[in-house]
Ligand binder design. Structure first.
Ligand SMILES: C[S@@+](CC[C@H](N)C(=O)[O-])C[C@H]1O[C@@H](n2cnc3c(N)ncnc32)[C@H](O)[C@@H]1O
Length: 247
């Protein structure tokens, strides 16, 4: 039987056998790109907020497991610092990050989830989350447009998880134009398009690119915060946050 078909209640039994334990570890691997199916709700039995969100995500049956953990780890770090304004989830994919930002903190009225190619089943995910958190109803707006067409307001919180290559640079630049708060989790660095600032003689090239991004924010009057989400979820785990404080 494929591991994800373990029936509810079978996990406890499986944990007590060595072979079962290996299967459970496989099921629980946070970096997995496998979709979380409804059957795996039982892996998240707790009363805590993360487990509640995870169960809703499982019921939707649409999202790769790593995206759940990435969005959660990013959102909780951003929300510890930034409140209010609109949430702009740019290059949003399914838009889970926008939802979690509102679930964690109701001080933002709306979340706008922007992507040139919104997955067909994003609506299913949103519906499950809104069923569990009815206060989100009519507060998440999907826009299928490119980032450069989005109007950013100074009070917005711009968030973006894994905007590929130089799209992360564009998102940072768009936020700086309006001095909006911004948080990015860069991925797949494009070393031809993104500046490494000549730092690659001292450090890994991708780190050089992210260092230049941090310095770009800082030199534009931003107070920056650099953190990492756990690398067991993704090696593309550098989180860069910035808030304009003036020069
Ligand atoms: C690696 S995915 C990340 C999706 C999601 N944020 C996540 O963490 O799972 C990158 C996304 O960027 C979107 N994208 C690419 N170019 C874009 C652009 N110019 N404007 C908006 N979205 C774009 C793609 O359609 C894709 O969904």
């Amino acid at each position: 039987m494929p591991p994800f078909l373990l029936k509810e209640g079978r996990e406890e039994a499986a944990r007590s056998e060595p072979e079962g334990q290996a299967r459970i570890l496989w099921i629980m691997k946070k970096s997995s790109k496998n979709r979380l199916p409804p059957q795996q709700q039982s892996l998240f039995p707790g009363d805590n907020l993360f487990d509640k969100i995870a169960r809703a995500v499982c019921r939707a049956g649409t999202l790769p497991r790593k995206e759940l953990y990435e969005a959660w780890e990013m959102a909780k770090r951003v929300r510890r610092r930034y409140r209010g304004g609109r949430i702009l989830d740019l290059a949003c994919g399914h838009g889970l990050l926008a939802h979690i930002m509102l679930i964690l903190d109701d001080s933002s009225k709306i979340g706008i989830a922007v992507d040139t190619n919104i997955p067909l089943n994003a609506g299913k995910l949103s519906k499950e989350l809104i069923t569990s958190w009815p206060r989100l109803k009519n507060r998440i707006i999907y826009k299928q447009v490119p980032v450069h067409e989005i109007t950013i307001l100074p009070d917005d919180i711009v968030v973006s998880a894994h905007a590929c290559g130089s799209l992360t640079d564009l998102i940072i630049a768009r936020a700086i134009e309006q001095r909006a708060r911004v948080a990015v989790l860069p991925c797949c660095h494009n070393l031809k398009e993104s500046s490494s600032g000549g730092l690659e003689g001292w450090m890994d090239k991708t780190l050089a690119v992210d260092t230049v991004r941090a310095e770009t924010l800082r030199s534009n009057g931003y107070k920056i915060v650099t953190q990492k989400i756990p690398d067991e979820i993704t090696p593309k785990n550098r989180l860069l946050m910035g808030e304009y404080l003036g020069r």
